[in-house]
Design a protein around this ligand. Structure first.
Ligand code: PRP
Ligand code: ZN
Length: 299
């Protein structure tokens, strides 16, 4: 297939989103081989190539139509959006869907022992961050005057080096903050992985595959927590039992051979099924309860 007819999708080269993103593409049916330089994954069974790049470059690559799609953290998308606006450039790349991984937050953290009594304490402080536009907007929205110190990395050591008083950085487990004796005091934004697409209309030859890929991604997302539940229930207990099934709209009710009092209930549950739910179902009169994984789903 001609190069120009292949979809290009940008993914973080190495970082918090890399494994989950490649895993998501695998679940969408993509088989790929990784080139020697490891910067491009060549799709073997789809006209789709995955470019492995720095996450901060992904919005630009998509905005400039170098890539048709990109998977990146909402934190990076938002920072770039504000940076584009500040430069008078319209952020035209489009956010297509949120992906359910890469959850973290952008937070302000202060050195341990530093007194903090609410946002007023930030007045006049130097805040080190790699997200200057988000931080500036957050401060402005609260009428706070503080100095934003833009760094390109290693933000967590800035207070120790005397370059800043406090920091604003991504936190997921919190171990980086703990290791650097910093205490989280404000959440500036919540983030997770999102899929963005080029503002340029996609060529007809690529559009079919693009739409197919988006549908599959959506299916993978839906299926994640979904389970297929089968159980037997006394007819009298049906309303209660159907009510207990988590996130299922229309269960199938099947008659059981040899009895009128009991029926079989089959349902797709779109939320996580806890042991507690099964115990409640049993207490409500259900028996022979089976929970099966759902492999694929196409809406
Ligand atoms: C972020 C942040 C911290 C770390 C926090 O970096 O800069 O170093 O993650 O995670 P923790 O709370 O689990 O310790 P990231 O890996 O996103 O790299 P990048 O910002 O350089 O892209
Ligand atoms: Zn980065």
């Amino acid at each position: 297939m001609e190069q120009m007819h292949r979809l290009k999708l940008a993914v973080q080269k190495s970082g918090r989103l890399t494994d989950n993103s490649l895993d998501l593409l695998g679940r969408c049916g993509l088989k790929y081989s990784r080139a020697k330089d490891q910067l491009v994954c060549f799709g073997e069974n789809m006209p789709l190539d995955v470019l492995l790049v720095r996450d901060d470059d992904i919005p630009d690559l998509v905005q400039e139509d170098v890539c048709d799609l990109g998977i990146v953290g909402l934190n990076v998308v938002e920072e770039k959006r504000l940076a584009f606006l500040a430069r008078g450039v319209d952020p035209l790349f489009e956010q297509v869907m949120t992906l359910d991984y890469g959850r973290c937050r952008l937070s302000i953290a202060v050195p341990e022992g530093h007194s903090y009594e609410g946002t007023g304490s930030l007045e006049g402080m130097r805040i080190a961050t790699t997200y200057p536009n988000i931080v500036a907007a957050w401060l402005a929205a609260r009428g706070l005057r503080a100095e934003v110190v833009t760094l390109s990395g290693a933000v967590e050591i800035a207070p120790r080096l005397g370059r800043a008083d406090v920091i604003c950085d991504l936190v997921s487990t919190g171990s980086t903050l703990a290791a650097n004796h910093l205490t989280e005091v404000e959440t500036v934004m919540e983030s997770q992985a999102v899929l963005i697409r080029t503002p340029v209309p996609v060529a007809a030859e690529k559009l079919d595959w693009m739409n197919k890929l988006l549908k599959r991604m959506d299916g993978v997302q839906q299926v994640k927590e979904s389970k297929y539940i089968m159980l037997h229930a006394p007819r009298s207990a049906l309303p209660l039992i159907v009510d207990l099934l988590p996130g299922s709209e229309h269960p199938t009710i099947v008659p059981l051979e040899g009895t009128d009092e009991k029926v079989a209930v089959h349902a797709v549950c779109r939320e996580y099924v806890f042991w507690e739910t099964l115990e409640s179902l049993k207490a409500a009169g259900a028996s022979a309860i089976l929970v099966l994984p759902v492999e694929k789903m196409l809406a």
